[in-house]
Design a binder for this molecule. Sequence first.
Ligand SMILES: Cc1cc2nc3c(=O)[nH]c(=O)nc-3n(C[C@H](O)[C@H](O)[C@H](O)COP(=O)(O)O)c2cc1C
Length: 369
Amino acid sequence: MSTEKIADEIKFAYWVPNVSGGLVTSDIEQRTGWDFEYNKRLAQTAENNGFEYALSQVRYEASYGAEFQHESTSFSLALLGATERLKLIAAIHPGLWHPAVLAKFGATADILSGGRFAINVVSGWFKDEFTHLGEPWLEHDERYRRSGEFLEVIRKIWTEDNVDYRGDFYRIHDFTLKPKPLNTPERPNPELFQGGNSTAARNNGGRYSDWYFSNGKDFDGVTEQLDDLRAVARAHNREVRFGLNGFIIARDTEAEARDTLREIVEKANKPAVEGFRSAVQQAGSSTGDKKGMWADSSFEDLVQYNDGFRTQLIGTPEQVAERIVAYKKLGVDLVLGGFLHFQEEIEYFGERVLPLVRELELADRSATV
Ligand SMILES: Cc1cc2nc3c(=O)[nH]c(=O)nc-3n(C[C@H](O)[C@H](O)[C@H](O)COP(=O)(O)O)c2cc1C
């Protein structure tokens, strides 16, 4: 069990549906859209329903159920322009961005949005995406070494002048970024998230990032990751916050929620799920200790491609709220939600689930004073 301070209120983020096909690889009806108009309204709904963050996805070409994709940083910037409080976390690949170029883009995006820009550094699983672009596909732990340098460099560029850096992947010579991104009371520079769960990812999270994103996990899985992550962070005199992915199916009755899950899995697009399973062997399964993402995922887990069913946020509003608060007590600072019918379910979440979460948190605080 973690000894770190538990925040008063758990935070919420949602997956921006900026790629087509929805968040489950299934032929079940998904009332969602990947176009800008849909996303603009969704982002506005989300910020009015208790969501503090939105995470856009990076994908450069068609793959396993995602035929069309909008680019993550530009799409995030457009959503920042359409909202007032929502923070946008744009997913980016170190192998395809130079850190100083992204630092420049990020500073402008942050200033334009009043300090609401963030990035999620992802190290990749989709080999074809790199090889089709003529870029080298590094072996798993080398990708993470590059991501570690990337995180270190971009923070330096955002916060220091005359940056010099001599790494194996990046070299910076006396570089000063002007203007810098905003330094707000909440954070000194755009927040750095990192997505990945292998030992290499835990090391990078603990050493360099502000946030660590976990795939869907049960209570034991979260505890195991948190223990590792916080040991690394403590060894470097740092604190890192923990975001957990979960596919949320909240319905008036538990039976309805369970039936929805059953239908999603029954109608899974099997060739696409199997294709994805074989592509993600490039991730955690390719490491020595086999600790990373998808290393032990079942067919059902992979129908939600970030293992979102494992978090089991499935049931009535009361059941989902209780489980969220139980995760919070383990040390989870943020839940990253995926939904089947985004617009209507984010509204339902804000009206029916979130108030229960806040009530339970208040009750816990009152009980401990
Ligand atoms: C919350 C989250 C979001 C992610 N988003 C993306 C993404 O948008 N594009 C992408 O290619 N990979 C994404 N990834 C996957 C990573 O690139 C990486 O392949 C995966 O985390 C496996 O890492 P591991 O081997 O360290 O477990 C994401 C991972 C997490 C946890």
